[in-house]
Design a protein around this ligand. Structure first.
Ligand code: FE2
Length: 260
């Protein structure tokens, strides 16, 4: 089984690039299943049901979220209509939406779950390890892919080593910067952060001039999403169909033509 995971979709630029390219990426990497983190897809924060529908229509099988899951208030009333949308298990309020989904693909049950980290993040309802343990009591699947959303590379590595025998892959999201530490940990695929799909000429997908004037001159900023050609980041996880363990993880980074 080959699973394509695309990292945090940021605003219109990233969203349109993913929608435009998802099928060709799927073909290029021979992916059977596609997961997209889209917690920043709606103008840089949150998601709406219509964006969810466009991403799934384009080829995403499951959409994951993060600390901005509920930043667009309209999603709260629409979330039950988005059957393959996954919110972090330990993000308040915990009663809205679902913390994992199980989808069938070529006879395999694939669970996709989302967990928030603790370090440098907003308060969580339950620590990541306890939240994952609770999900594992419920999940019945052949493969379990976790979107681990947080700042700290060390926290993500520690979590993965703890759960390496129970999970197929732990894919870090949130920082928007792809790390070069993809590896297998005893049959569990891991990367600290898969990176973003958003404007290449930006600071983490935001307008660079605005962020700089905030940093240098202390001017107020709205963190306006940047425009322009998009960077597309992700990874491909391959699993063994007999053991259901990960056998490889490949980092994907597509820069725009003529990128610096
Ligand atoms: Fe985030």
């Amino acid at each position: 089984m080959k699973i394509l995971f695309l990292g945090d979709v940021v605003a219109k630029c990233g969203r349109e690039a993913v929608i435009r390219n998802i099928k060709s990426l799927k073909n290029e990497y021979g992916a059977d299943f596609v997961i997209v983190n889209a917690e920043n897809a709606a103008h840089g924060k949150g998601i709406t049901a219509s964006i969810y529908s466009r991403l799934t229509a384009a080829g995403a099988d499951v959409i994951t979220l993060g600390n901005h899951a509920f930043s667009k208030k309209e999603i709260i009333n629409q979330i039950d209509l988005c059957e393959n949308l996954v919110r972090p298990a330990n993000l308040e309020p915990t009663h809205i939406g679902q913390a994992y989904v199980v989808r069938e693909c070529f006879g395999k049950k694939i669970a996709v779950a989302s967990i928030m980290c603790e370090a440098f993040m907003c308060p969580v309802s339950r620590n990541p390890v306890d939240a994952m343990r609770k999900l594992l009591e419920e999940i019945r699947a052949d493969l379990i892919i976790v979107d681990l959303h947080g700042e700290s590379t060390g926290e993500k590595m520690t979590f993965t080593r703890y759960f390496k025998n129970e999970l197929t892959a732990v894919i870090g999201t949130h920082t928007h910067v792809q790390t070069a530490d993809e590896r297998l940990i005893d049959g569990c695929a891991f990367i600290s952060d898969v990176g973003m799909c958003g404007a290449y000429d930006s600071i983490l997908g935001r307008d660079a001039d605005e962020v700089m004037s905030h940093y240098i001159d202390k001017k107020l900023t709205r963190y306006t999403p940047a425009c322009g050609p998009a960077l597309i980041c992700g990874c491909l996880i391959e699993t063994d169909d007999t053991t259901n363990r990960a056998v490889s993880i490949t980092r994907i980074q597509k820069r725009p033509n003529n990128a610096g």
